[in-house]
Design a protein around this ligand. Structure first.
Ligand code: SAH
Ligand code: SF4
Length: 368
């Protein structure tokens, strides 16, 4: 049996059945899976872990995803919006501490004022850092024109999780009100790629109704879409959301955690040269969660550098870790933790997705 499993790990192309087998690994097979994914990480993207300083600049959102604590319909939390100066100061912190990369995230807002605000912020950050900070944004679904403007203003990478790649499951997790259309999300990802963004997506793991087969299709979706980056982690229920009604059907948190590690490991084996982030939600379940993610194949960590007083209000899910800490505390803490995971930190390096570089290079040679 184990012999078979070793063969599966070595396949050049992994079938649906291979992926299901890997996701179902237990005991010795699980150990082999994790050993293989760590090996693949080391040989394809190296031992370094890259930081993206994460600024969650506003929890105001126009959408109503059933799983999310900052959904529009939740009246049980205080809404905040960082000032431009606060955002710039956080960006300066990232730059001065040699993080080399920044990620700006917020609830989803579409409209001219929001577009312009982000555009100006990107320009200011680029100016302040002389273009030396690699900027990722994660601001939801927008039009092609908006994505283009933000790219021209300095953004280089975009994270837009598909959340669940099965349209049926997707429709159970979102209201059917014209603002949560699966196909639009897919089109947005394609637009981002066409515009030349390093494009990232991801899913939640351990969702109600979700099966191992769904998760295997998620991996296939990411491969078919030829994505450059992935950020995925466990689904963690939030009391003030509609999905809390499915609480009793969920697998225990530790199982969701373990399945998330397996998803990272399998994705690393299937898409060897992409960047994979160890999601903060892993840490909400296990204090060493992100480090464990790194051990099984992730190579990006996103330390939270949102000013401490706002962190408590960006609660996508319950138990969100470190909401009382300052950015300075996080830095020291993470360094020590990643040392335990036997990974070096790529300070001062952008840590671009090698997959992206290869994809762009191939695109150019095809044009010649
Ligand atoms: N509004 C943007 C970005 C902020 S939300 C967007 O939706 O794209 C960032 C991510 O938080 C989402 O993509 C989702 O995958 C994750 N998230 C939301 N609620 C969650 C929950 N209850 N458990 C785990 N992750 C959650
Ligand atoms: Fe808004 Fe994103 Fe939460 Fe959906 S997941 S409610 S878009 S912040």
């Amino acid at each position: 049996m184990t012999g078979n499993f070793i063969d599966i790990l070595e396949h050049e192309y992994h079938s649906r059945e291979d992926i299901v087998n890997m996701l179902s690994a237990e005991g010795d097979e699980r150990r082999l899976l994790f050993r293989k994914s760590a090996e693949v990480r080391d040989s394809y993207v190296g031992k370094k872990v890259y930081y993206r300083g994460l600024i969650e600049f506003s929890n105001i959102c126009s959408k109503n995803c059933y799983y999310c604590g900052i959904r529009k319909g939740n009246r049980n939390l205080e809404r905040y919006n960082l000032s431009d100066d606060e955002i710039i100061a956080a960006a300066r912190f990232a730059w001065e501490n040699n993080y080399a990369s920044l990620a700006l995230q917020s609830g989803e807002i579409e409209g001219d004022a929001f577009t312009l605000r982000v555009e100006n912020l990107l320009k200011k950050i680029m100016e302040m850092t002389e273009g030396q900070l690699g900027i990722t944004i994660s601001l939801g679904e927008q039009t092609e024109d908006v994505y283009r403007r933000w790219m021209e203003a300095g953004a280089r990478r975009y994270l837009l999780r598909i959340e669940a790649s099965d349209p049926d499951l997707y429709s159970k997790l979102h209201p059917i009100d014209g603002h949560h259309v699966f196909q639009r999300r897919v089109e947005c990802l394609k637009t981002l790629q066409r515009l030349g963004y390093q494009t990232g997506t991801g899913v939640m793991i351990g969702l109600p109704w979700q099966t191992i087969d769904n998760l295997a299709s998620d991996i296939e979706f990411m491969r078919d879409m030829d994505i450059d980056m992935c950020g995925m982690g466990p689904y963690i229920e939030h009391a003030d959301t509609p999905l809390i009604s499915r609480k009793d059907s969920l697998m225990p948190l530790m199982e969701r955690f373990d399945l998330s590690l397996k998803m990272i490991a399998v994705l690393r084996i299937v898409m060897k040269d992409i960047n994979i982030a160890a999601a903060t939600a892993l840490q909400a379940i296990d204090p060493m969660g992100r480090e464990k993610g790194v051990m099984v194949g992730a190579n990006v960590v996103m330390p939270n550098i949102t000013p401490g007083k706002y962190r408590d209000s960006y609660k996508l899910y319950e138990n969100k870790p470190c909401t009382d800490d300052s950015a300075e505390d996080c830095k020291g803490c993470l360094e020590a933790r990643l040392g335990v995971a036997n990974a070096d930190i790529g300070y001062g390096e952008w840590g671009d997705s090698l997959h992206y570089k290869r994809r762009m290079h191939e695109g150019q040679s095809e044009l010649k």
